[in-house]
Ligand binder design. Sequence first.
Ligand SMILES: [Zn+2]
Length: 214
Amino acid sequence: MYERDRELIVQFGLRILRSNHVSGTSGNISLRVSQDMIAITPSGVPYDELSAKDIPIIDLEGHLVEGNLKPSVEHQLHCLIYKTFQDIHAVIHTHSIYSTVLSILHKPLPAINETLLMIGESIPVSEYANAGSSQLADYVVSCMKKSKAVIMANHGLVCAAKTLQEAFDMCETVERGAQVYVTALSTGLPIHLIDEKCAKEAIEFLSNNYGQRR
Ligand SMILES: [Zn+2]
């Protein structure tokens, strides 16, 4: 069952691999397939060796419902995000380089451009907890109340959205923003942010006008 959803996970696994957001078997991806079940990447299988049948289906308590492979070690994090936010249907966790640089500096990414503003005022850094722990899930979910993209301290990035495409686009936006920000910081010169009034106007304008509307 859920062949199409499992296939989507495989496709986006290849996309995060080929866009350098992850290497080897790191990172993980999930998709809500029903109110209380998700499809999630299995633990420790290279993205370019995955096929749809390898994608486990689990319930939000982490129990295997379908499939033969063990789900990602970060499944607790994914499950807690879906339990907490009913409108979230897709989660992507990456080790994107510049986001990870900010994660070790424990430095949030301010909305340095208008694309980032559409995600939030700033991308927060969650407190450190070990990978795979329920504490990590708690810390990230607590930050997600403000921003659906969160930098995980000394670890990487996690983006939650309505679709995998949207979550992937968020990873791209945050990582590109992080690259610009880290490069700007490395000059040692002052950083200028968009002032609050302009930021509010930009959000309002882009929410109403950006993209193709019918
Ligand atoms: Zn990770």
